[in-house]
Design a protein around this ligand. Sequence first.
Ligand SMILES: C[S@@+](CC[C@H](N)C(=O)[O-])C[C@H]1O[C@@H](n2cnc3c(N)ncnc32)[C@H](O)[C@@H]1O
Length: 285
Amino acid sequence: MISLFSQRAFYGMIDIQSQYCEGDVDSVEKVTENTPRIRAFLREVGIRPIERLDQEIEGAFGYIKGGEIIDEMNHLFDLDEADGDSAPMYSRHQADLMEYMNSIPRLSILCSSFYDWFVFRRVMERICKYDSIFGNQVLDIGCGNGIITSFIARSFPESNITGMDLLHNPIQTARHIAESLHISNARFIQTDTPPESDYDTVVSIRVMHENMDRFAYAKQAASALKAGGHLIAFERILPSRSGPDEIQIYEMAGLSLMEQSVEHIECRIGDEIGSFLFVIFEHRN
Ligand SMILES: C[S@@+](CC[C@H](N)C(=O)[O-])C[C@H]1O[C@@H](n2cnc3c(N)ncnc32)[C@H](O)[C@@H]1O
């Protein structure tokens, strides 16, 4: 029916130079003692690596309904693309697309299976590696469908986790997924303003690049932290963006870099490879 979904990744489609993915880039990720737990969690959610999103959508929703969904997603992809480079990074059409992909939990899980499986694994490995960074009060900014938020909640059952996102449907889906996992220590709020300012840990996974004013975003993330708290970021790097890089932006927002944490990661998203920065900062004052 369509080939769009197998050629372009939603999170990667915003003016990024990306190379076509060949081979199994996932093999470069080290298997750790946490890998089986992460894989089991993803299986429980229903996330698995898939090659063709369009075929999976047809398989899940049937030829007619599946075809309608694919047509609508194509339409929204095209509108978003037509916005061009001058549009705000998180444009109305990009938001429309994100809302649509999260309008049905099953569709959201399929989209995440295609676009996010590799990112999820990399992020979750680092959450396990840096588990000592996580405090009692954790905020996940831009939580999307909340799969990473739920993983954090499952990993730290004594902590209170807040997932926030500016969009409605991702928050609804996040609640649905957390409920299906019987997670009771996470709540999800639709907002673009952190609800409190004394979090021990703030998590930002692939959110900064979606904000036109990256400095304002970093300042807001930093201001949600209490003194001594940590920000854990896994940010998309867009080579086309000029100005200070992601580390400099978070530093300008008053955060102190934990140098040993810095990793540059190439990761498969759909059929593309995206560049990401993993980094941890401390809020010292
Ligand atoms: C690429 S998705 C990542 C979702 C999730 N963090 C993950 O990695 O699976 C980015 C999400 O951030 C949200 N977002 C972007 N800027 C935001 C902001 N300033 N405040 C709250 N949510 C934001 C978007 O609505 C979107 O759902």
